[in-house]
Design a protein around this ligand. Structure first.
Ligand SMILES: [Zn+2]
Ligand SMILES: [Zn+2]
Length: 269
């Protein structure tokens, strides 16, 4: 029992450390690198006009603002059940009556309203109050990664002629080729490796976004989807508004827009 508690505590430290790294280091460094290293070279090499250049700056800043805004709001929005409700479901650990759609999270050690899942990367439970931010965060991460892959491809092209790029790509995919083709490419291999990483993250974030958006439109949480214990009979539009709120058209464009959730009764059923 003590060992499992200790393990859980270490797991929580690892999770928190990764979350801080993601918020304070990885996300801002990625944006700064793209804007200060990749952008000027692509603009100069491919002779982008001033208007195109300005449009790219606006688009990338818009995506970055939505990523950071949704990420921070997802982390800081309270999702836990604060007090007992009139319900027959009792949580032994929190010592309160919880709604049927609230579940206890062992990592957060609290009952979470309409709990979807516990996100390792953000070190938070995703539930009724922050699902909007989580899904939009994934959506904007996906869009930004597609955008940066496109940009980075042209950036990497400036470092190679065609033959070298394919050679490097083969060597990155199969490191054993390094012994067959001894010609050193060094730093440029690293650029190609990052481009592959970028492409891999596109597939990963796209898959996550697709999975969660499909659940939103079906009106089920990830937990309900896995256990098939609940099916929503509401329309797709109603399910969408249940997560993104009545002013969803603002919520999807601006993370700080107020968009009240319509199903207040969900807390009690
Ligand atoms: Zn609980
Ligand atoms: Zn949790």
């Amino acid at each position: 029992m003590l060992k499992s508690l200790r393990l859980r505590r270490y797991g929580r430290y690892v999770e928190k450390t990764f979350c801080y790294l993601l918020v304070l280091v990885i996300t801002p460094c990625f944006f700064i690198f793209e804007m200060s290293v990749v952008r000027p070279i692509v603009v100069k090499t491919y002779h982008l006009g001033e208007i195109k250049h300005l449009l790219h700056v606006i688009c990338s800043t818009f995506c970055f603002t939505n990523i950071v805004g949704n990420m921070m709001l997802c982390i800081f929005t309270q999702t836990n059940l604060k007090e007992s409700v009139i319900s027959e479901h009792y949580c032994e650990l929190c010592k309160i009556n919880r709604p049927a759609t609230a579940w206890h999270c062992a990592t957060c050690d609290t009952c979470v309203l309409r709990r979807d899942h516990h996100c390792f990367f953000l070190s938070r439970c995703i539930g009724l109050q922050n699902q909007r931010y989580y899904v939009l965060y994934l959506g904007y991460v996906f869009i930004s990664l597609v955008y940066s892959t496109y940009y980075n491809y042209y950036y990497v092209l400036t470092k190679f002629d065609d033959y070298d790029l394919y050679l490097s790509a083969y060597r990155v995919i199969n490191p054993l080729l390094r012994y067959v083709i001894p010609e050193p490419l060094g730093m440029r291999d690293l650029y190609v490796l990052f481009l592959f990483l970028n492409m891999g993250l596109v597939i990963w974030s796209g898959g996550l976004f697709w999975f969660h958006m499909r659940n939103v439109l079906r009106g089920v949480t990830a937990r309900e989807y896995k256990s098939s214990c609940r099916v929503s009979w509401h329309s797709t539009k109603k399910n969408f508004i249940d997560v993104f709120g009545t002013r969803w058209y603002l919520a999807i464009l601006w993370p700080f827009a107020v968009s009240p959730l319509p199903r207040h009764d969900i807390k009690l059923n």
